[in-house]
Ligand binder design. Structure first.
Ligand SMILES: O=C(O)COP(=O)(O)O
Ligand SMILES: [Mg+2]
Length: 229
C-alpha cells in the first residue's frame, strides 16, 4: 500500500466493540467494595465510554456522596484490575463490524484504531476477538503523551498506520471522537449505537450511520473527496 491509500480510523469502545456490560460489571465490582449499591447498566451505558474515573465520579455525584481523591484512586484501581482480568468477557463486535472491516480492507482501505482505552487492554481485547490482524496501527490512551480529544492522537495513529491524514476518515461514537476529528480536519462518521449522552447528530459529525451496513467504501471515498483528499 502506498501513502495515498485511504485510511479509516475506528474508535474502540462503543464503536467497534460493545464493551459496556463488562465495563459496568467491573465498575459495580469496585463500588461493592465500598458498600455502594449496584448501578443500573441502562442508566450508565451512555457514559460507558468516558473511562472508569469519570463513571465513578458520576455515580458518586448522582448518589450525592463525597468522594475523596484517595478513595477515587483506589476505586479506579479496583475497577481497572477487575476489568483487566475479565477481557474479553461478554464484549463482542457490534453487528456488522467485522463485515465492514473486511469490506473496507477488500476495497483497499488501510484500517487503524485510535482509542482512549489503555493500550494493553485494547491490544488484548482486539486479539481475543480475532480482530487485531485487520489493523495497521492500534493506538491506545497511553501510547503517546496526548490523547483524544487532542487531534495529534488521531493524526499520529494515521501516520503509524503509514497513512495520509489528508486521505482519512474517523469513525466514532462520542463527542470526544467528533471533536478530535474536526480539530484534525478529518471527516468523521458518528455511529448511533454507541455510548453518547446526547444525540450524535447534534455533535456535528460529517455524517451519521445507524449500523455498519452503511459504512461502505463509497461513503468513505465521498467523505474523503469532500474534505479535499
Ligand atoms: O475507554 C475509554 O476511556 C474510551 O475508549 P474509546 O476511546 O475506545 O471510546
Ligand atoms: Mg467510544
Amino acid at each position: 500500500m502506498d501513502a495515498k491509500t485511504p485510511t479509516i480510523v475506528f474508535d474502540l469502545d462503543g464503536t467497534l466493540v460493545d464493551t459496556a456490560d463488562d465495563l459496568i460489571a467491573s465498575l459495580n465490582h469496585a463500588l461493592s467494595t465500598e458498600g455502594m449499591r449496584r448501578v443500573d447498566p441502562a442508566w450508565l451505558r451512555p457514559y460507558a465510554g468516558h473511562g472508569g474515573r469519570a463513571m465513578i465520579e458520576r455515580v458518586y455525584a448522582a448518589e450525592r456522596r463525597a468522594l475523596a481523591p484517595g478513595l477515587l484512586d483506589a476505586l479506579v484501581k479496583g475497577f481497572l484490575d477487575h476489568y483487566s482480568d475479565s477481557i474479553p468477557g461478554v464484549s463482542r463486535p457490534f453487528p456488522g463490524a467485522v463485515e465492514a472491516l473486511e469490506r473496507l480492507a477488500d476495497a483497499g482501505f488501510r484500517l487503524a484504531v485510535c482509542t482512549n482505552k489503555p493500550q494493553d487492554y485494547s491490544d488484548r481485547l482486539l486479539e481475543a476477538l480475532g480482530l487485531s490482524a485487520h489493523f495497521s496501527a492500534i493506538c491506545g490512551a497511553d501510547a503517546l503523551t496526548f490523547r483524544k480529544p487532542d487531534p495529534r492522537h488521531l493524526v499520529e495513529t494515521i501516520l503509524r498506520a503509514n497513512g495520509d491524514p489528508g486521505r482519512s476518515v474517523m469513525v466514532g461514537d462520542s463527542r470526544t471522537d467528533v471533536d478530535t476529528a474536526r480539530a484534525a480536519g478529518i471527516p468523521v462518521v458518528a455511529v448511533e449505537f454507541g455510548y453518547s449522552d446526547v444525540r450524535v447528530h447534534d455533535l456535528g459529525p460529517s455524517t451519521v450511520i445507524a449500523d455498519f451496513g452503511e459504512l461502505t467504501p463509497d461513503l468513505a471515498r465521498r467523505l474523503i473527496s469532500a474534505a479535499g483528499g
